[in-house]
Design a protein around this ligand. Structure first.
Ligand code: MN
Ligand code: MN
Length: 341
């Protein structure tokens, strides 16, 4: 299997973290997190273009070389507090979905087995199958819960005559036993589908899906609290899968199957920060960024920050575990006494 820097140039790493080779653990010794690109759009059902996702997500950064990225909200600098590397892209020919699934799963498993958190930049959502299966191959079948943000359930069976595609990864994961339906939560679903037989399959497997009208009526905080409690129940780790189309097309226009009525950027960032801080995240992907449909890099910047926000949550979780403190989102940024005095 060919191993690349990045499949499509320029050959840069995520926020200029050091480059490594996923197949050679010596190149990422001591790593907490390894970023991996999956430039694949062979599973899209409508507008293609996610093969350029990893390139543009990496590019959407204005930090200077070696610059700090301290989170104002969390008072941590994820890229310094965690040891983060970038393994470049797994070769992903969009005309050969089966080979991509095989190769990506192999790479993700190698990273999980080395004890790091793989963060995969998609790519269309087909990659969630090898991403989560690769992590489960290390932690154990059914031992990793899944928190899935998406406009779509992605639980289809056969589409376009194929078992592989961006509308079906979650069914493949649950059918194969890699993930448990009753530890699988979905947030942001809306629009027109899936059909009743698919909803029936989802209910039978115990998936908890939060549709946008329920989130609107009950509030995101309450729904998320409930969802995270389901995911945290008796698992050995949690995989966070973020389809950028969970956000409203106003906030994420650069995607293949946009669905009006989604989250704001603010809501998605708040949510992934909570996942990173409150749950034992063992893997993550951000998918469905299609730069050809983007405007002003809105979607690429959002995806880049979704990764940073989750990593910041993970960094703060680990810092708090070390010193016994707890992050309080109501704490003001600046100390009042100093400001007044
Ligand atoms: Mn999806
Ligand atoms: Mn989607």
């Amino acid at each position: 299997m060919a191993r690349y820097g990045t499949q499509f140039g320029p050959d840069i790493t995520f926020h200029e973290v050091p480059r490594c080779d996923w197949a050679d653990p010596g190149t990422f010794a001591g790593a907490d997190v390894v970023v991996l690109g999956a430039p694949f759009d062979g599973g899209t059902s409508y507008r293609a273009g996610t093969r350029f996702g990893p390139q543009h997500i990496r590019q959407a950064s204005y930090s200077r070389a070696g610059g700090a990225r301290p989170s104002l909200a969390l008072r941590v600098d994820a890229l310094r507090d965690l040891a983060v590397f970038d393994a470049g892209d797994v070769e992903a020919f969009s005309g050969d979905a089966e080979r991509m699934v095989h190769d990506l799963r192999h790479a993700v498993h190698a990273l999980a087995a080395a004890g790091v958190v793989p963060v995969i930049l998609g790519g269309d959502h087909t990659i969630a199958w090898p991403d989560i299966a690769g992590v489960a191959q290390h932690y154990g079948q059914g031992r990793v819960a899944v928190v899935h943000f998406d406009a779509h359930a992605d639980t289809g069976d056969v589409e376009f005559g194929s078992l592989i595609g961006h509308g079906q990864p979650m069914r493949r994961l649950i059918e194969s036993g890699a993930a448990r339906g009753d530890r699988f939560v979905q947030l942001g679903l809306r629009g027109y589908g899936p059909p009743p037989d698919t909803l029936e399959w989802m209910a039978r497997h115990g998936i908890r899906a939060y549709e946008m009208t329920e989130i609107g009526a009950r509030g995101l905080d309450e729904c998320l609290g409930e969802a995270l409690a389901i995911a945290a129940d008796g698992c050995d780790g949690v995989f966070l899968s973020v389809d950028i189309d969970a956000c409203d097309p106003a906030f994420a226009p650069g995607t293949g199957t946009p669905e009006p009525g989604g989250f704001t950027s603010r809501e998605l960032l708040d949510a992934v920060r909570r996942v990173g801080y409150e749950l034992p995240v063992v893997g993550m992907d951000v998918v469905e960024v299609a730069p050809p449909y983007d405007h002003a890099e809105i979607t690429s910047f959002l995806a880049n920050r979704v990764v940073l926000e989750a990593l910041s949550g993970i960094a703060r979780r680990r810092a708090d575990a070390r010193d016994g403190s707890r992050w309080d989102p109501r704490q003001p940024l600046l100390d009042d006494r100093r400001r007044d005095g």
